[in-house]
Write a protein that binds this ligand. Structure first.
Ligand code: ADP
Ligand code: MG
Length: 288
């Protein structure tokens, strides 16, 4: 499924003294199967933008195109769109409300009018996508789970609708490093196994740098950069102006380069950094 925005502008509370122009002439394009990161500081418009992609917000100006056709906002169209474009809100655990994990994950498929058998198959598969054992978790209350587990149940609930696009709004916010690592690994696995498009929203360069094929950088409601992570990270001072820091490893490599070391800077993992530094050492030896 192809999603595009054309000159999308969104104004909250227009015509009042509280008016906020949250998006200004935004043009983005998400191809089928792509993994796209949307990155920007708090208040830059990320959440506003993604809520247009599944029809939750209506553009003040401009339009949303689905598979090349302008979205018509009939209730049937919007219902269908929300099933095809799954959106996981920030802190999704606040939206768990059923008594059991099973019922929470089954909520979407039930609303789609599927049979009990079909629902059971989907719940089982969705839980396995987030590495939660069906028998062990199905009858548990979501509220007894850890923060990371609750978030995984919420992801399962979206995946149970079998969307073609998965949008995640700051999915690692508030988690400890291990919880973050697990969630990011699962997102990567879901993208790989289900071949859907993923849109990962974050204010952390580190999160998106390892996963995304392409990044949109948003600043004060405008798209200011649209490139690969490596290309985006080469613009360090520009990013600072947008309130964004490089991933720690890339930052380290940049600093080494500034000190005159001939190292690559588009490096995001410790393993890669280690390899690069060892190879620098080898090259040095070769010189003498
Ligand atoms: P981000 O997700 O990047 O933090 P948001 O899309 O939430 O940014 O917000 C963009 C701008 O719109 C901010 O100035 C924010 O205060 C404002 N805003 C967001 N939601 C609302 C709302 N429901 N009503 C009024 N202003 C809002
Ligand atoms: Mg937000």
């Amino acid at each position: 499924m192809l999603i595009e925005t054309k000159n999308l502008t969104h104004i909250y509370m227009p015509g009042t003294q509280f008016q906020v122009e949250a998006l200004k002439n935004v043009n983005i394009r998400i191809e089928p199967g792509e993994f796209v990161g949307i990155i920007g500081e708090t208040g830059s418009g990320k959440s506003t933008l993604i809520q247009h992609l599944n029809g939750l917000l209506t553009p003040t100006n401009g339009s949303i195109l689905i598979d090349g056709k302008e979205l018509e906002r009939s209730s049937a169209n919007l219902r269908r769109l929300r099933q095809r474009v799954g959106l996981l809100f920030q802190f999704p655990e606040h939206q768990l409300f059923e008594e059991t994990v099973y019922n929470d994950v089954a909520f979407g498929p039930k609303n789609m009018g599927l049979s009990e058998e079909e629902i059971a198959i989907r719940v089982r598969e969705a839980l396995s996508l987030v590495d939660m054992d069906f028998e062990q978790f199905k009858d548990r209350s979501p509220f007894e789970l850890s923060g990371g587990q609750m978030r995984r149940v919420a992801i399962a609930g979206v995946m149970a609708m079998e969307p073609e696009v998965l949008i995640l709004d700051e999915p690692t916010a508030g988690l400890d490093p291990e919880g973050r690592r697990v969630i990011l690994e699962q997102i990567k696995k879901i993208h790989h196994q289900k071949k859907l498009s993923v849109i990962l929203v974050s204010h952390s360069m580190e999160d998106v740098s390892r996963l995304a094929d392409r990044l949109y950088v948003i600043h004060q409601g405008r798209i200011v950069l649209s490139r690969t992570p490596a290309e985006v990270f080469s613009e360090r001072s520009r990013l600072e102006g947008y309130g964004l820091a490089l991933p720690p490893i890339a930052e380290l490599m940049q600093k080494l380069k500034e000190k005159g070391k001939a190292v690559r800077t588009n490096i995001f993992t410790i393993t890669e950094a280690r390899r690069e530094l060892l190879s620098l050492q080898e090259r040095r030896k070769g010189d003498v």
